[in-house]
Ligand binder design. Sequence first.
Ligand code: ZN
Length: 139
Amino acid sequence: MKFSKGRAFLFRVPEGEELLRYINEFAKKNNVLMGTVSAIGSLRNPKIGYFDEAAGGYNVIELSGTYELVSLSGNVSLKDGEPFAHIHVALGDSDGSLYGGHLVEGEVFVAEVFIQELLGEILERKPQENGLSLWDVEE
Ligand code: ZN
């Protein structure tokens, strides 16, 4: 799929907000239907998912404490007709060790977020037999 760049947003999320919900609401409020997301910062008590292919669902890993948001990358597309952010994170602990996975939720201590809107054909997620919601097109 080919897209052109639309608006670019750079912002800081207020402390105490739940990051995934905030990004989804930001996309809805600004009518960002397609885009890429990246961020850095620090999250409290993040929950990350590991997709268990055999089970067809996510195992949720609950981390307690404050973790560096070393890297966040993801995208925005449509799901059930609304903007939906799919986000993966790398989280660092006090030893510098990393945990990583699919972001389920995380309370913001600090989050600096960049969203690049993409314009063109709209991709929509549809439930698949493997338990995931994926785009119909693969390229
Ligand atoms: Zn994921």
